[in-house]
Structures are given as C-alpha cells and as structure tokens.
Write a protein that binds this ligand. Sequence first.
Ligand code: FAD
Length: 392
Amino acid sequence: GSARVAVIGGGFGGAACARALRRLDSRLQVTLIVPGPTFVACPFSNEVIAGLRQLSEQTFTYDRIAADGVTVVAQAAVKVDAQARTIRLADGRTLAYDRLVLAPGIEIRFDALPGYDEPASAKMPHAWTAGEQTVVLRRQIEAMDDGGVVAIVVPAAPLRCPPAPYERASLIAHYLKARKPRSKILILDAKDSYSQQKLFERAWQELYPGMIERIALSQGGRVTSVNPATNEIVTDFGNYTAQVANVIPPQRAGRIAEIVGAADHTGWCPIDPVTFASKIAPNIHVIGDAAIAGGIPKSASAASAQGKACAAAIVNAFTGKPADMPRLNGACYNTVAPSYAFSLKGIYQPKEDQYAEVEATTSPVDASREVRQREAEQALDWFKAITVDTFG
Ligand code: FAD
C-alpha cells in the first residue's frame, strides 16, 4: 500500500508539514495527531494579554486540513515504539507508521526554578503556551490596582520566541499607560542582551518613559526561586514582590520527544539540518521549537518553513531522490503598540551540520513613525497569511 506518515503535534510546524506532505504526494496516508479539536496560537497572544484582541481570534480548527485529505486524530500521543513504528494514543488506540514527524513544540520545565511547579503556574502564569494561561495573566493585569508592579521573569536561552518577553512588556505598558498610569513593569532577565534590544529600548523611551525597568543578568536579574503563596521573586541580589508575576521558566522539547528517545541531555532534539531526521531516533524527523536548529530562532514562521522542508525531504526519501538543500525564511514582528512595530527577517541554510543565518534584515533603529506604523500593519498581515496558510 501507500506510505504512512504520522505527524505528532498540530501547531505551526506539524500542521504545515501534514498539509505539504499531501500536496507533494496525494497518495501518502498522512495522519495528524493533535491533543484536541482546536489550536490556540501564541503569535499575537501578547495583544490578548494587553486587552487589544480576543482569544477567539487566536483559535483555529483542523477542519480545512482534514478537507485536504489529512486524517486528523484528536487524541494526544502518549507513547511511541520506534522499533515497531507504532504510536499509542491517550484513548488506548495504536497507530502504525512508516515515518514519524515530531512537532510537539515546547514543554514548560516545572523542575528548573525552585517554587515553580505546575500548581504555581495558576498563581504566577507563564502564558508561554496560549489558551488558559493567556487568560489568567490577562485577568490578573485587569484586576491589578493602579500603582502595582507587573514582574516578567525571563529565562536564559534557548527559549520559544526570544523577543516575545519584551514585546509583552511593551504591550502591557500600553494598557497600563492608559488605564493604570502609576503602575510599573519590572523585567528580571537571566540574559544580558537580547534580540532587537536597541529597537525596544528606543520604543520604550518614546512611548513608555519611566514605566519599564529591566534588570539584566549582570545586574542580578537571574531569578533563583519564587514563592507563589506570597508572589515573591528571589534573585541573586535581592527580593521582589509583584502584584502580578509573569514567570516564564526554562523550557524543553514537548514531553513526547523525550518519551520517543529523540531528545538529548539538553532536553531538545538534535537533527540533520538537511532532512530534519533525528540524530538519535530511527525513522523520526523533528521540526519546530522542539528541534535544535542552530541560528534559527524558535518561531512560528521558522516552524512552518521547517515543516514544509521536512515534508519535501520525506517525499524525496520515499521516491529515492536526493534531498534538496533547504533555504528557510523566518520573519519575526514585534509590536510594541498598536501602531508601532519592527521586524527581523532572516534566511537560514545548513552549514557544517547546523543551521546558520545567511541573510538578515532588521528594521532601522532610526525610523519614522510612518515606518513603524506600516510594520504594525505588516505584522497583522503576516499573522493572517501564516494562519490561513496553516489552518485556513
Ligand atoms: P506549537 O505551535 O506549539 O505546536 C505544537 C503542538 O503539538 C501543540 O498544539 C501541542 O499541544 C501539540 N502536542 C504536544 N505534544 C503532543 C502529543 N503528545 N500528542 C499530540 N499533540 C501534541 N512566533 C512568530 O513567528 N511570530 C510571533 O510573533 C510570535 N509571537 C509569540 C509570542 C509569544 C507570547 C510566544 C510564547 C510565542 C510566540 N511565537 C511567535 C513563537 C511560536 O508560537 C512558536 O515558535 C511556534 O508555535 C512553534 O511551532 P511548533 O509547531 O514547534 O509548536
């Protein structure tokens, strides 16, 4: 019969891959395994936290993907036998495959920051996966009194969407400036520098003077423990109590990657950059945030590009053709106010067994408000295009 490809995880990487597989070879039996009937997208979820958007605008179904001929199974994968090539689902069913693509995204590490376990996330939301966590953080910010402090705890690299904590600080500042102008935002950062830092700092001076304070790693910004009962945050150099504590802990590849045996000691999945084949688990490919992809920042646009390139590599392998050399586009927009955004666009290619950035374009630090306004419009266009491409 025709070859069977199973994809675990229906986010930006997995959904793009499943669709591309069917488009490249309509004889393939493609199964997309997802935990539930809908997907909630992280890009633009910072706007939901700031009260600029509804969570419903972030929510997508798999109906169009199923209409493309992909078999969508709404049951989480709980186990994989890589030798037998079978997947066990949460409802006890078993599925057989010839090739497996893992696209499980990230898992929050509840063992990495003392005091921050899963129950703590209900009190100190991370909102680093979208859905209920996004709503919890939004409600806390809405309920906070004027004059309160919102703390954002940022982990060391690697993390999903490296500039998103600073975009979040900006959009929360946008809300507070209008509604609770005596409030402050405190960023406790386990890094010294970050992506597009100059652009963020310039925007904060222009739009939110005196509202956002950032304590970097070398100033004692690394958080060593938290106490959800008191909202206390402890760093190397001091103690802080925030009215709202948005604690973004360290992350690793989604748990199924470890269960399969595709994650290494770092918690992430080493891959061959040309084919996305796992370096440690046979007949398994890994794409998106879960994969170790060198210079490619963990983003929705990168996950989608990887999903398509991986689909092409799998189809080539089935037909005995050599793999194409991937050339991946990534675009990352940061919106700091509804009419003010900037971007980083990159092209990535395999080099010496890892992805390297071969081209990059960043918005200029000195640009007119018209340019920032246009980029804010382009950011929305980008979201519309990628969600239509993935789910529409
Ligand atoms: P995901 O999109 O997370 O999809 C993984 C899916 O797999 C999930 O639905 C998960 O539930 C499912 N899954 C996991 N395990 C299993 C299992 N065992 N069985 C079945 N299903 C499973 N990126 C951008 O490009 N632009 C942005 O502006 C942007 N903004 C962001 C803002 C925030 C606040 C955050 C947190 C992230 C942002 N990102 C942005 C990053 C982007 O969301 C991720 O990089 C992207 O979603 C990664 O895609 P993925 O397919 O690897 O994982």
